[in-house]
Write a protein that binds this ligand. Structure first.
Ligand SMILES: NC(=O)c1ccc[n+]([C@@H]2O[C@H](COP(=O)([O-])OP(=O)(O)OC[C@H]3O[C@@H](n4cnc5c(N)ncnc54)[C@H](O)[C@@H]3O)[C@@H](O)[C@H]2O)c1
Length: 312
């Protein structure tokens, strides 16, 4: 078994913590840098601390002074919620752009021992998929401050790699869901509300489409790229479950045993709402990855784990 030495940023966030847990189980050495913002899961950090191969650094990536020697740096740290970015985009520019720039600078300062940089990006950088699907070669046309800052970070990777000879992968991932996601996101928020007899909140008419990917499938995809990915390559990581938001809420209502008529409260549509995201992920599938988790079964499992107190 290959044991890796990894720096992970944002490893107390939703996707990061599932990745860190798997890495620790595999015997890898993980240094997790996280500033513990509102979305960080403090309970999971206690769990990770039980592992000898885990080290935690509470630090803001924009203020980081040095990084330890490592084979990989996997950058999950981000301000990640679109609605927040519409209200106040400053933090998004700071963490998502300047934070990535800081990490790239620290990476290149290690010269020949520079870690391999894995940037966790999003399908949202492409903007609307009006027809067909986006390949990795499509232009980036982000529609909101969150996706703009993520697209900017992707561009930094390109420029730093070409100029300073850094090796990287960019992974553009579709909407993730799974256990213990911060309850600002559609699925945990709606499960939590309906479990208390409250209606879920739906922007507009809910006819916009997203592809849903279970976080464990995402972790497998990241590990597949670490194992077999081609250097300096972008990978779309999508999945097979494309659904309108309205349909997602309908399925949650079924799990919560709520009549559809009581289950959904409509609010004004989000400004700049993208109608559809969908990516061609044949490049990563050619490496042997494919999603394995069934959406409805997973929703039922997540419903059992809804615990918003975890984040208070
Ligand atoms: N959740 C999704 O559906 C999704 C989909 C595609 C891509 N992504 C990307 O995946 C990554 C992880 O997303 P997530 O949903 O787990 O996010 P999250 O908001 O749940 O977690 C982000 C983590 O980063 C930490 N963090 C934030 N700012 C930081 C800073 N300045 N310094 C250090 N740590 C900081 C937070 O404390 C938190 O633990 C992000 O880069 C996001 O853009 C997420």
């Amino acid at each position: 078994m290959i044991r890796r030495v990894l720096i992970v940023t944002g490893g107390l966030g939703f996707i990061g913590k599932h990745f860190v847990r798997r890495c620790l189980e595999l015997g890898n050495y993980v240094t997790n840098i996280d500033n513990m913002n509102y979305a960080a899961d403090l309970v999971v950090n206690e769990e990770f601390m039980q592992h000898d191969n885990y080290r935690f650094v509470q630090e803001d990536i924009t203020e980081l002074k040095h990084i330890i020697e490592a084979e990989y740096i996997v950058n999950f740290a981000a301000e990640s919620h679109v609605d927040n970015s519409i209200v106040d985009n400053q933090k998004f520019c700071r963490t998502n752009i300047l934070g990535t720039q800081r990490l790239l600078e620290l990476t290149r300062s290690r010269m020949s021992a520079a870690p391999y940089f894995v940037q966790i990006s999003t399908d949202e950088v492409y903007g609307d998929t009006v027809e067909g699907i986006h390949t990795e070669n499509h232009p980036l046309r982000p529609s909101n401050p969150y996706s703009s800052t993520k697209a900017a970070a992707d561009m930094l990777l390109h420029g730093w790699s070409r100029t300073y000879d850094l090796d990287y992968n960019i992974l553009r991932i579709s909407n993730n869901y799974g256990p213990h996601q911060y309850p600002e996101k559609l699925i945990p928020r709606s499960l939590w509300r309906m479990s208390r007899g409250l209606p879920a909140i739906m922007h507009g008419d809910g006819t916009y489409c997203r592809v849903w990917l279970h976080v464990e499938d995402t972790v497998n995809a990241i590990l597949t790229v670490l194992d077999n990915g081609e250097k300096n390559t972008i990978y779309n990581i999508s999945g097979d479950t494309e659904l309108e938001n309205f349909e997602v809420l309908r399925r949650i209502a079924k799990i919560a045993n709520m009549p559809e008529s009581d289950a959904i409260q409509t609010v004004k549509n989000r400004v700049g709402q993208d109608l559809r995201y969908n990516m061609d992920d044949s490049r990563i599938r050619a490496l042997g990855w494919k999603p394995t988790r069934d959406f409805d079964t997973s929703l039922r499992e997540i419903a059992e784990t809804i615990n918003t107190e975890r984040f208070l």
